[in-house]
Each structure stands twice: as structure tokens, then as C-alpha cells.
Design a protein. Structure first.
Length: 194
């Protein structure tokens, strides 16, 4: 049976987690207690949405934040804006084209420590078949033996990733904004020991 690229990516993430389980600073993202959300302007207001399926691993030691790393895989077909007709449109070739591009990934390249618990996580985001460098303004929320928490934000221009569709309004202006505000809240768990 042929597995989807998203399922394969999930299995790779799980393998990475198992391979690093001996390290105290290894974490597996808990999808049930995390969110990957966004907002984009629609005429005047900013409409929210999120992705319901994602997975990943985090390597992080509060004493050595610069040595950290993040790997996240998102299923763009799991997009949810609370309107099925709109979600179907967003999955189509006009936007994410999920049949052609079934995964969205972020791989960190650098972690820069700021004041207090603030971090800048730099990395490569691949979306809609295009890879671009992005920086996530991140806050470390704390950790214990079982879990760690993080929040991150960034703003992307969707046209940088080849998502260009728009519509001119009869009254002038465009239906959609180009900038997408991304907000991520992560609760990560220590990998289960075999």
C-alpha cells in the first residue's frame, strides 16, 4: 500500500524522535495540545484559520538555546477556516494545491537567544513547492521532565511562495491581502522510552 507523502514525513519525524530519546532536550510536538494558526485580510477584516494535522520534533536545552533545532511537517489538506466551501477552495490549485504539494515543512537552521525567554528561530519554510528563509519570533514558556512549551509568530507574503490568486472588488481594491500572520503554540512531550 502506497503511503501519502504526509504520512511518510510523519514517520520520519517519529523516527527522529526515537533516535534522540536518550537526550533530555528532545521533544515531540503534541498535536492535541498545540495549534498552527494564521490570519489573512479579507476585504477589511482578518479571517483566522489553522492546520489540524502536523507533527515534528524539537531539540532544546534552556541552558544552551543556540544548540536547539526544530523540524515540523504540516498537512495543508487539513486546513480549517470553519467553512467547508472555503477550505475546499484553499486546497485547490488556486491556493495550496494539496494534490501537487501534499506537505508543508519547516526546518530550522539557527536559533538565536534574546532577552529573557525570547528566541529567534531561523529556518527554511517549504510551501507550495517553494523554499524560502523565514524567522520565527519565539518565546520559551517553560519545561519539566514531561513537557515543554513554546509560542512563535511570523508574517509571510503568500506571493513569495507562488500563491498569487486574488480578485478585484467592484468597489476597488483586492479581496485578499498578501501578508499572512502566522501564530504557533506548541506543547511538546518527552519521547516515550522503549
Amino acid at each position: 500500500m502506497r503511503r501519502s507523502p504526509f504520512v511518510v514525513a510523519l514517520l520520519i519525524s517519529a523516527a527522529l524522535a526515537v533516535g534522540t530519546s536518550a537526550q533530555a532536550a528532545s521533544w515531540v510536538i503534541d498535536q492535541n495540545h498545540s495549534t498552527v494558526g494564521f490570519k489573512v485580510r479579507h476585504i477589511f477584516t482578518k479571517l483566522p484559520g489553522s492546520f489540524l494535522k502536523f507533527a515534528g520534533t524539537i531539540e532544546f536545552d534552556p541552558a544552551k538555546p543556540e544548540a536547539g533545532s526544530v523540524s515540523i511537517v504540516i498537512d495543508p489538506a487539513s486546513i480549517n477556516t470553519r467553512q467547508e466551501y472555503r477550505d475546499k477552495d484553499l486546497r485547490s490549485p488556486k491556493f495550496f494545491d494539496v494534490e501537487k504539494f501534499p506537505t508543508l515543512t519547516f526546518e530550522s537552521t539557527k536559533v538565536v537567544a534574546g532577552e529573557g525567554n525570547s528566541l529567534t528561530v531561523e529556518g527554511n519554510l517549504t510551501m507550495h513547492g517553494v523554499t524560502k528563509p523565514v524567522a520565527l519570533a519565539t518565546t520559551f514558556l517553560g519545561a519539566n521532565e514531561k513537557a515543554a512549551g513554546f509560542e512563535a509568530t511570523t508574517t509571510l507574503n503568500r506571493k513569495d511562495f507562488g500563491i498569487n490568486w486574488n480578485e478585484t472588488l467592484d468597489t476597488g481594491g483586492l479581496l485578499l491581502g498578501d501578508d499572512v500572520e502566522v501564530s504557533i503554540t506548541i506543547e511538546a512531550k518527552a519521547p516515550k522510552k522503549e
